[in-house]
Design a protein around this ligand. Sequence first.
Ligand SMILES: [Ca+2]
Ligand SMILES: [Ca+2]
Length: 245
Amino acid sequence: MLRSHRPCLPLVALLFVAACDPPPPTRTGGTAGLEYSIIQLQTVTDPDYPGVDARVLIRDAIVTAVDTYDEDGEGSVGSVWIAEPVPGPWSGVQLFDPVVIPARVRLAPGDIVEVSATLDEFVLLDASGRPMDRDGTETELVDASVQKIGETFPPGPTDIPEAYLADLRQAEPWEGCLVRLTDLTLTGGYDRYGEAPTAGGASIANEMYEIPGAEAGLAIRSLTGVVTYFFGFKILPRGPEDVEL
Ligand SMILES: [Ca+2]
Ligand SMILES: [Ca+2]
């Protein structure tokens, strides 16, 4: 997947923002940026939404997924998904290719982490800098460092209707979240983008795991995964334990 990133704000701009903006209620004395909940980062209508390119700090998030599967042989690994300790809409977000501290740590679901990152709304741009997708963007954290500070139980998914993923408005609150869909039927196998369609209009992508034998007619009783957006919403199962046929 071809990705491009905005450059970091110069330090002087960060200092200016930090000095002149009214502090959100969760401001801390740290130097890594102001502290936010994931919900504040996902909700543009929240009064404390910091805006794209803001440097942000997130404390006590729980890792829900780690991409270690190179689905296209081009090194498509490294993204990490985190969530608030209490699941629900707007409570998850993707970290695009973060630096893990300490480097020897292999993050796994259930790890408790602190994250310093830049907020982005990712969309592919054409040669003249215009969005190639007019329908949506993916909220994600880039230029991120993620530090493991503890462990807890791996978080469970939230059950949502399959139809939510076929509707831009209803899917948006679940972007970045770990969810579970039930009683799906595939209407095709994986296409050249690594996506398999369901009868209810959802799309299952192979970014972290590819369901063996995926083809039209395959019935899936339960499918867990994180929700992402790239020219439409899709669910990403993390491994065989996320798929119940
Ligand atoms: Ca979003
Ligand atoms: Ca991958």
